[in-house]
Design a binder for this molecule. Structure first.
Ligand code: WTA
Length: 659
């Protein structure tokens, strides 16, 4: 689409009606909204029995008497791994492909449900032999390979909650997370393929273990890249030595519906990451239901591909638990989109005839930048539905996605949810909803959302900006923050009182009543769909011996949504050094690397500005709003509440002199 016609479409306030053909076969139905509205619990009980096989049926759908701590499907028992694997084999679908694995180097593996059943059984037996049992925590620090999925399912099978830590996190971040969850086993790989190179992975586990104070008894290591690794005898075990010879059958034990399934750390407003934890029955129900009605997965005919990393919640819910519970066939790709060239994803779509693609706006904007001609080289006609998740998708990117990837025919579902919500909450239903580019539109059937003003009053007038809240408990809601119930109450259930779950996102309605999500209202940034906390990066910067004080803001960025911009005040000794010609640049580089070391490369600031002062109110609070103005190159806003109003002009001067 030319620039001109794109802006015409944008001005026209275009919405896209579902085609009759799509609507006729869609899993989502318009009647579901009314059914859920009329009987919230009855609706969810029906989904739980439809999508999940229970070893013991539940007695009570929802127990909210201990609010805000929910219990769903009380008295019910099930095994998640049985639901994701064994029951499909029992139903005669053992030959169906579960995973088409595509390694970055071009190596492939086809894993059927029958294969997966054996692999999970072997891994469950191996974990048992290491003394891992029900309730024990297992840390998983692995790339996008089948063993990662197998390990997660083996943990679920044993009732051992897993804590997956994204492979881009550093040894420091790994250490904090392993200790917080008191994991007794770590599963990792020697290395991972990234942009054609083998990057070490186990090395970070070793570094984390060198801290001494850790609860880990064993480290189980998959050989992936052949990278040399250090070895701690007695502690470290090769996967192929332990797992390969295990019996390939394993009896799955039913777990209580509220048994913890996993912990996943995410950034909050304070420096310490929160261990969000999810349980068994409610989580699986909502993952499977949404994967069916929102992604419209038809397991017998679709090839589904979610491009998220399994280290984030999207990978948990929409690579592992949702699609496998539904018995879907999916693609698992190990590498980056531009290896060996920028058309790699589209070749994968063509090769496996992918019909459903679920990805993030930051990827879509990157593809827009790379050029329309790249996807045009591949046959994308197998696609029939596109999805987006992780951050607001701007209408331009939405329309580009629809035209250049979706061939002007695929519906796009823009899905809003969070690590905390466990599964999709706000999204159109394909085949039902008229689609509005840029808006996640409407709470799905069974979910209730509202927008509140500063005083906590719900409103519906269009274009007024407020706070998104959820007004009824939902099955896949977090059950708390690991080891910190008070923080759970305070973070999510106190801002507007105990009736409202406070999501931390700004939102508005348009004239048609669609919900538009407007980004975080707290000190959480969203960089390429990754959640990062300003406080966490600030404390990483301050832990450097040369830094006295730091302030971090998320500045708008065309590709990544937001970018990390830091302002630091140096300690006196360091100021003198930095003044020497050429030293300032080295120091900035040193600080960026320091953040990568403390948290991980994803948290590296795009820019670091060395300043003499930070803008503070009289009560000493840093005014990030003003720093954001600087970082986004805007006229600086109202400075009257600053203790010293000259600070901002000093910072601006520093900017223009290139400090
Ligand atoms: C943002 C990712 C707008 C939002 C599943 C939320 C979105 C945070 C959307 C959660 C969307 C996610 N439109 N914003 N469709 N999806 N977000 O925990 O700010 O990594 O609070 O979960 O991402 O990020 P998280």
């Amino acid at each position: 689409m030319s620039e001109e016609s794109l802006s015409t479409v944008l001005q026209q306030d275009h919405s896209f009606e579902p085609s009759d053909e799509f609507a006729a076969k869609a899993n989502g139905k318009a009647e579901m909204y009314a059914a859920a509205e009329a009987d919230h619990e009855g609706f969810w009980a029906e989904q739980a029995r439809k999508y999940v096989t229970w070893s013991k049926d539940f007695e009570t759908t929802l127990d909210w008497s201990g609010a805000p701590f929910a219990k769903w499907f009380v008295g019910g028992e099930l095994n998640v791994a049985y639901n994701c694997v064994d029951r499909h084999v029992e139903a005669g679908n053992g030959d169906r492909v579960a995973i088409h694995f595509e390694g970055e180097q071009g190596d492939t593996r086809t894993i059927t449900y029958a294969d997966l059943q054996k692999d999970v059984a072997k891994a469950a037996n191996a974990l048992t032999s290491l003394g891992v049992g029900k309730g024990d925590r297992v840390a998983i620090y692995m790339p996008m390979i089948p063993e990662t999925v197998v390990t997660m399912l083996a943990c679920a099978r044993l009732g051992a909650p897993h804590s997956v830590i994204f492979g881009g996190f550093s040894a420091e971040a790994l250490h904090t997370r392993i200790n917080d969850a008191e994991a007794k086993l770590v599963v990792t790989t020697d290395g991972q393929w990234r942009r054609g190179k083998a990057a070490p992975l186990k090395a970070a586990v070793d570094e984390a273990m060198n801290h001494g104070d850790h609860p880990v008894e064993n480290v189980l290591v998959v050989r992936r890249t052949g990278t040399d690794v250090e070895w701690a005898d007695g502690r470290d075990i090769w996967w192929h030595d332990l797992v390969d010879d295990q019996p390939d059958t394993h009896e799955a034990q039913p777990m209580d519906s509220e048994h913890p399934l996993f912990i996943l750390y995410t950034s909050g407003t304070t420096g310490k990451p929160k261990g969000i934890f999810h349980t068994t029955g409610g989580y699986l129900t909502q993952c499977a239901y949404t994967n069916s009605v929102v992604h419209d997965v038809h397991p017998e005919s679709d090839v589904y591909w979610c491009t998220a990393d399994v280290g984030w919640v999207t990978g948990h819910s929409y690579i592992v638990y949702g699609p496998l519970a539904n018995g879907a066939t999916q693609v698992l790709y190990e590498g980056t989109p531009d290896t060996p060239h920028q058309g790699r994803w589209w070749e994968i779509v063509e090769k496996y005839k992918v019909s459903i693609l679920y990805t993030a706006p930051t990827a879509i904007r990157t593809f827009m930048k790379w050029g329309d001609d790249i996807p045009a080289k591949s046959d994308l006609s197998s696609l029939r539905l596109l999805g987006s998740v992780g951050e607001p998708i701007n209408p331009e990117a939405w329309l580009w996605y629809r035209k250049h990837i979706g061939g002007d025919r695929c519906p796009i579902v823009d899905t809003w949810w969070q690590t905390e919500t466990g599964a999709i909450m706000i999204s159109p239903l394909p085949g039902v909803t008229d689609l509005e580019p840029g808006s996640a539109q409407k709470a799905i059937p069974g979910i209730s959302a509202e927008i509140l003003d500063d005083e906590g009053k719900p409103f519906t007038e269009p274009e007024k900006v407020g706070y998104l809240v959820l007004t009824k408990p939902w099955p896949s809601m977090l059950r708390g923050i690991w080891g910190d119930p008070e923080r759970y109450k305070e973070t999510y259930w106190s801002r507007f009182g105990p009736k409202y779950y406070f999501a931390g996102d700004g939102a508005k309605y348009d004239a048609k009543g669609n919900i538009w999500l407007l980004g975080r209202v707290d000190d959480v940034m969203n960089v390429s769909g990754h959640r990062l906390s300003t406080a966490e990066i600030e404390s990483a910067l301050v832990s450097h011996p040369k830094v006295a004080e730091a302030a971090v803001v998320g500045a708008a960025d065309e590709t990544t949504g937001q970018a990390v911009c830091a302002f630091v005040i140096l300690r006196k000794e360091a100021v003198e050094e930095a003044d020497e010609p050429g030293e300032g640049k080295d120091l900035v580089q040193e600080l960026r690397n320091h953040v990568a070391h403390e948290i991980g490369p994803i948290a590296k600031p795009r820019s670091i500005m060395i300043v003499a002062e930070l803008p503070k109110t009289r009560s000493g609070k840093i005014m990030r709003r003003l720093l954001r103005d600087v970082a986004e190159n805007r006229e600086v806003g109202d400075v009257t509440t600053l203790a010293d109003s000259s600070v901002m002009s000093l910072i601006k001067e520093g900017m223009s002199s290139g400090a």
